[in-house]
Design a protein around this ligand. Structure first.
Ligand code: ZN
Length: 230
C-alpha cells in the first residue's frame, strides 16, 4: 500500500491555523433536500428520492442524505461531519483528519492494525465490538489532534483495532404514512442496524461500524517511530 502515495496524496485544508479534518463539512457543502417518495424495490418498501440514482443515493439498500461536495469552500464546521466523506473514510479506513489511507507503514508495524482515537473524559477505553461512527486516524494526525484540540487534551482513549465491520447507519426516521421526518432531538440520529425493518424508512447520515480485535493503547507508547512524511 506504499505505492504512489505522492500521486494520490489528498489536498489538506487549514483554517485559522488549524488543520481541518477530512470529514469536517464546509459551509458551501449543503444538505440537498430532494423530494422523498415511497419506493418499492429489492428488499421491500421504504423511502426514496423522486429522482433517485440508485448507485449514488443508496448503499446496501439504504437511502443516504444528499450533501454537496465543496471541500475547502466557505468556512469549516469543526466538530461536525460531512455524511459522504465520513462514509468514505469508514468504508476505506481513511484517516479522519488527513483523508489518507491508514493501511500505511504504521499499520504494518502494528501487526496490521488501525488506530482509533476518541474523546473520553474519564478515559473509558474502547471495548471489543464497540460501535463507532468515527473513522480511524493515522499516527501523525493523532498526535497533531491531541495538541490542537482542547477536548482531546483533557481526556482521550486510543486503541489498535484489527478490523471494523459494518453494523448499520445513523440517520433520520421517516413516517410511513406521511413521509415526513419523525421528530428527533437536534443532532441526535437514530441508530439502525443492517436489515432492521426500519432501515428502509431511514435516511442515512453516518455509517456505523463495530470494532474488533481491540487493544487499548496509550498514544505515547506508539510514538518515536517514523511518520507519514518520512
Ligand atoms: Zn492522518
Amino acid at each position: 500500500m506504499t505505492n504512489s502515495r505522492a500521486a494520490i496524496q489528498k489536498r489538506q485544508f487549514y483554517w485559522q491555523g488549524l488543520h481541518v479534518p477530512f470529514i469536517a463539512p464546509w459551509s458551501n457543502e449543503r444538505i440537498l433536500p430532494g423530494t422523498i417518495v415511497r419506493r418499492t424495490g429489492v428488499g421491500g418498501t421504504g423511502i426514496g428520492y423522486a429522482d433517485e440514482l440508485s448507485r449514488v443515493d443508496r448503499r446496501r439498500g439504504v437511502l443516504w442524505v444528499r450533501q454537496s461536495l465543496a471541500q475547502g469552500s466557505g468556512t469549516p464546521t469543526l466538530g461536525n461531519v460531512h455524511a459522504l466523506r465520513q462514509r468514505q473514510a469508514m468504508s476505506h479506513m481513511l484517516c479522519q483528519v488527513c483523508g489518507e489511507t491508514t493501511y500505511d507503514a504504521d499499520f504494518a508495524r502494528w501487526g496490521e492494525r488501525h488506530l482509533f482515537l476518541a474523546r473520553a473524559l474519564k478515559g473509558r477505553p474502547f471495548s471489543e465490538g464497540e460501535q463507532t461512527s468515527a473513522p480511524p486516524v493515522c499516527l501523525p494526525c493523532a498526535h497533531e489532534s491531541i495538541n490542537a484540540c482542547p477536548h482531546l487534551r483533557k481526556g482521550h482513549t486510543a486503541a489498535l483495532v484489527k478490523y471494523a465491520r459494518p453494523w448499520g447507519v445513523a440517520g433520520v426516521d421517516f413516517d410511513e404514512a406521511t413521509l415526513r421526518m419523525m421528530p428527533t432531538p437536534p443532532e441526535q440520529h437514530l441508530k439502525i442496524q443492517m436489515d432492521h425493518p426500519r432501515e428502509r424508512w431511514t435516511l442515512a447520515m453516518r455509517e456505523i461500524q463495530t470494532l474488533h480485535g481491540v487493544t487499548p493503547v496509550k498514544l505515547i507508547d506508539l510514538a518515536g517511530t517514523r511518520s507519514k512524511s518520512s
